[in-house]
Write a protein that binds this ligand. Structure first.
Ligand code: S3P
Length: 438
């Protein structure tokens, strides 16, 4: 990395290509999904919740700002938080619009919390949030009794909500989404009766684990989740493990840059999130996983990755929710695998921070990848020598990080536009890249 060139809108980050090796170890920053939830659970529990290794990314800072506006005292120093919760009833009507920034998790989960509160709130975010569908949470929350409205018939931000007096429902999720599931669980905790939620496929279960950690109850039988209303939670300390979705960029970097050996420390190993490890192993990556024995409510461990000979694979079905956020970086990995990789059943990618089928295919094509979009995923042919060029994150943090790693194996320099988007989930990303090159 040679710093930024240009200025203003044309500012572009030059990333050095053709790396000879990556070596060293990294302590991966806190998990984004768990960091968001730690603030939310701390806010609705009774007592003082301490959170260590909190991720200070822009998304999680948006969650803190929103809960402060809802009257919750939150202290933050470096990576530690103290949240002074007073139960659901301690939340108060915000004086101004709640701004969720770029964070889909913040807005969707918060709508579930607000659905049970008898006051008015208005929510909005950035231009990416304005394109993301909210009907998936608004529809069931309205069925439970909340008033919700918004742009384009109620399904898009700005969204307004007036909650209170919820009744339990039985709801079959139409999409495999942890955000929708979690939103309904938060509403279910405040409803009259027992809410049941049926998942099509298992998605990340951090909300369920955290309810139990905070002394609450949630039942799970197969794909059916049941949550009793009227529960009060107790403050707990939360130790956030490293984010496997952030580690993923270095797992792939270690596998594709020549002569590399990287150790990633204290990475979350929740089985609902480890699809990338399974896929990389299937593709032939040299990975060793050392799971920690002290357990905790979220498993974690260290991962060693070395430069690997890779082969193509098919990624589909129930694997998709276990690696949904890793698909951009897996696409890059596939460009370095012999043969064809097919990713299907991943239409949800179209409604992420960007349409990630289009952004991955367009940006990797600019670097010479043989990749084509399909209706529900993409097809990648390898192994291809990538070339330099000018690419853009399109304001999507994971696209920005994927392209930065791609640069390492290009035969010419890469200029990355909108690199600042990476701060959403990994403010230390470029420092960590540099550390492995020293
Ligand atoms: C998240 C769930 C996933 C994921 C997102 C974080 C969460 O979204 O893509 O980055 O914290 O619950 P969906 O639930 O929409 O699939």
């Amino acid at each position: 990395m040679n710093g930024r060139i240009g200025s203003g809108f044309l500012e572009s980050l030059k990333i050095q290509a053709n790396l000879k090796r990556l070596q060293g170890s990294l302590r991966i920053p806190g998990d984004k999904s768990i960091s968001h939830r730690s603030v939310m659970f701390g806010a609705i529990a009774h007592g003082v919740t301490t959170v260590s290794n909190f991720l200070p990314g822009d998304d999680c800072l948006s969650t803190i700002a929103c809960f402060r506006q809802l009257g919750v005292k939150i202290e933050r120093n470096q990576k530690e938080l103290r949240i002074y919760g007073n139960g659901f009833a301690g939340l108060t009507e915000p004086g101004e619009m709640l701004d969720v920034g770029n964070s889909g998790t913040t807005i969707r989960l918060m709508l579930g919390i607000l659905a049970g509160r008898d006051f008015f709130a208005a929510l909005q975010g950035d231009s990416s949030i304005a394109r993301r569908p909210m009907t998936r949470v608004a529809k069931p929350l309205k069925e439970m009794g909340a008033f919700i409205d918004g742009r384009k018939g109620g399904g898009y931000t700005p969204i307004v909500i007036r909650g209170g007096h919820l009744k339990a429902i039985n709801y079959q999720l139409p999409v495999a989404s942890a955000q929708v599931k979690s939103s309904l669980i938060f509403a279910g905790l405040q409803a009259n009766g027992t809410t049941t939620i049926i998942e099509t496929e298992q998605t990340r279960d951090h909300t369920e684990r955290m309810i139990r950690h905070f002394g609450g109850e949630i039942e799970k039988r197969g794909t059916v989740i049941a949550v009793k209303g009227g529960q009060e939670l107790e403050a707990r300390d939360v130790q956030v493990p490293g984010d496997i979705s952030s580690a993923a960029f270095f797992l792939v970097a270690g596998a594709i840059v020549p002569n590399s050996e990287i150790i990633l420390e204290r990475v979350g190993l929740n089985p609902t999130r480890t699809g990338i490890l399974d896929v990389m192993k299937k593709m032939g990556a040299q990975l060793e996983i050392f799971e920690a024995e002290d357990g905790g409510f979220e498993p974690y461990g260290d991962i060693l990755v070395k430069t690997s000979e890779l082969k193509g694979t098919v990624i589909e079905g129930e694997m998709i929710p276990r690696l949904i956020d890793e698909i951009p970086i897996i696409a890059l990995l596939a460009t370095q695998a012999e043969g064809t990789t097919i990713i299907k059943d991943a239409q949800e990618l179209k409604v992420k921070e960007t349409n990630r089928i289009d952004t991955v295919v367009n940006e990797l094509s600019k670097l010479g990848a043989k990749i084509q979009a399909t209706e529900d995923g993409m097809i990648i042919h390898g192994k291809t020598q990538l070339s330099g060029g000018r690419v853009s994150s399109h304001g999507d943090h994971r696209i920005g990080m994927m392209l930065s790693i791609a640069a390492f194996i290009c035969d010419g320099d890469v200029f990355l536009d909108k690199s600042e988007a990476i701060d959403v989930s990994y403010p230390e990303f470029f420092d960590h890249l540099k550390k492995l090159q020293d």
